[in-house]
Design a protein around this ligand. Structure first.
Ligand code: ATP
Length: 366
C-alpha cells in the first residue's frame, strides 16, 4: 500500500429521517472501506437544522459552518421540519445557506433505473433510464430567495438571475461529467434545458451553453425547452444523458425524474462546487415517517458512493472510486435479487433490514 490518504467527512444528519438514513450510509461506508483500503474516512458529527434552531436559536452556528467548510466532503441527511419555522413563515433550511456560502453551484442528481426497483413506466425499456440532471444551485430564480417583494398585497415579484461566471463553470462541469460517463458507456451528450424562446435570461443561458459546448467537441450538445423536456422525461427518458438546467427548472425536473425510478427514497444528489461538495438525498426530512424505522436508506447510501467517486477524482485515489462502485453494485444486487425491498417500493423491509442487506451484499464485491 503506497499511501493511506485520510479524508475528513463532516456528517450532518439533521432532522426527521435524516439521522436514520445517515446512520445507514455510515454503516455501509464502514463495510465498504476496510482497514486495508488504502484510504480512511474520519467522521465529524455536526449538529444543525430545524431542531437545532428550536433548541438553541441557531440553525447552524458559525463554528459548525467552519467545520463543514474545512472538511474534505460533507455527508448530509435532511433538514427542516414543517412545524418549526422562522418568524416570516419560511422553512429552516441551512442546506441552502451551505450551497450559497460554499459556492456549490452544480446540483448533480443521477436518475438510474435498477432491476427490481420501482418502474412506473410501462415501456420495457424503462430499465435503460440512466441520466443525470445538473441543477444550477446558487442563482436562477432562487437568487430571489429572501428578496422577493409583495406590494400593497397586490403584486408579488421575484427575480431570475443568471450570471456568465456561474454558467461557464456549470456547463464545463456538465460536459466533464458527460465525458466521465462516456468512459463508462454513457451517451456523451449534454442537453441544455431552458425557456430561451421566451426569457432573455434563458436565451443568455443557452448562448453561454453553446459557447462552452464548442470547447468540448467530444460531447454532443443538445437543446430542449423545459416544457418539452418534462414531456419527454415521461415519454422517453432513456434518450437523455446529462441534462443541465436553471435552478428552479432543475428542482422540478429532478423530482419528476426521481419518480421514474422509484421516488425520493431512490434519488441521491450532490451539491458540488470548485472547492467543496455536499452529498445528500434529494428527499426531505419526511416527518410523516420519522422515527418509525421505515425510511428507505438507498438514496443516502448512493450519496455515500457518489462522495467516494468525487473524492477519488479530486484527489486521484482510485481505491476510493472502487469502493464507491462496490456500494453501487451491492445496492443493485440487493434490489435485483430481492434480498430486501424497501417499504416505499412496496416491500416490507425497514431501514435496518435494507442496510443490513447492502452490508451483507458488499461481502460479495470485496
Ligand atoms: P423538502 O421540501 O424538504 O424536499 P418535502 O416536504 O417536499 O421535503 P419529503 O420530506 O421528501 O418532502 O417527503 C415527501 C414524501 O416522500 C413523504 O410522504 C415522505 O414520507 C416520502 N419520503 C421521502 N423520503 C423518503 C424515504 N427515504 N423513504 C421513504 N419515503 C420517503
Amino acid at each position: 500500500m503506497t499511501s493511506n490518504r485520510r479524508f475528513r467527512i463532516a456528517v450532518m444528519p439533521g432532522d426527521g429521517i435524516g439521522p436514520e438514513v445517515t446512520a445507514a450510509a455510515l454503516a455501509v461506508l464502514d463495510a465498504a472501506v476496510g482497514a486495508d483500503a488504502g484510504f480512511t474516512l474520519e467522521y465529524e458529527h455536526l449538529v444543525a437544522g430545524a431542531a437545532a434552531w428550536r433548541d438553541t436559536g441557531s440553525a447552524m452556528t458559525e463554528d459548525v459552518f467552519e467545520r463543514a467548510k474545512a472538511a474534505d466532503a460533507i455527508l448530509f441527511g435532511a433538514m427542516g421540519l414543517p412545524d418549526v419555522r422562522y418568524d416570516d413563515g419560511t422553512e429552516i433550511a441551512p442546506q441552502l445557506d451551505l450551497r450559497f456560502r460554499l459556492g456549490l453551484y452544480a446540483g448533480v442528481r443521477p436518475v438510474k433505473a435498477l432491476a427490481g426497483g420501482a418502474r412506473p413506466l410501462a415501456d420495457p425499456r424503462g430499465a435503460d433510464i440512466d441520466l443525470v440532471i445538473v441543477r444550477e444551485s446558487t442563482e436562477g430564480l432562487f437568487a430571489s430567495r429572501g428578496k422577493g417583494t409583495v406590494e400593497d398585497d397586490r403584486i408579488a415579484r421575484d427575480t431570475m438571475v443568471i450570471t456568465r461566471e456561474t454558467c461557464e463553470r456549470l456547463f464545463d462541469a456538465s460536459f466533464r461529467l458527460a465525458a466521465r460517463r462516456k468512459t463508462r458507456g454513457g451517451k456523451g451528450r449534454v442537453t441544455c434545458v431552458d425557456k430561451s424562446n421566451v426569457f432573455a435570461s434563458m436565451a443568455f443561458f443557452r448562448k453561454v451553453f453553446d459557447e462552452r459546448a464548442a470547447r468540448h467537441p467530444d460531447i454532443e450538445p443538445a437543446h430542449h425547452y423545459v416544457d418539452a423536456a418534462a414531456l419527454d422525461l415521461v415519454r422517453k427518458p432513456w434518450e437523455f444523458d446529462v441534462m443541465v438546467a436553471e435552478n428552479m427548472f432543475g428542482d422540478i425536473l429532478s423530482d419528476l425524474a426521481a419518480a421514474l425510478v422509484g421516488g425520493m427514497g431512490m434519488a441521491p444528489s450532490a451539491d458540488i462546487g470548485d472547492a467543496h461538495a455536499l452529498f445528500q438525498p434529494a428527499h426531505g426530512s419526511a416527518p410523516d415517517i420519522a422515527g418509525r424505522g421505515v425510511a428507505n436508506p438507498i438514496a443516502t447510501i448512493q450519496c455515500a458512493a457518489m462522495m467516494l467517486d468525487w473524492l477519488a477524482e479530486r484527489h486521484d485515489v482510485p481505491a476510493c472510486a472502487e469502493a464507491g462502485r462496490r456500494i453501487d453494485a451491492a445496492v443493485a444486487a440487493v434490489l435485483a435479487e430481492g434480498r430486501a425491498r424497501p417499504a416505499d417500493l412496496g416491500g416490507a423491509d425497514g431501514t435496518e433490514a435494507v442496510t443490513r442487506a447492502v452490508v451483507d451484499a458488499l461481502g460479495a464485491f470485496a
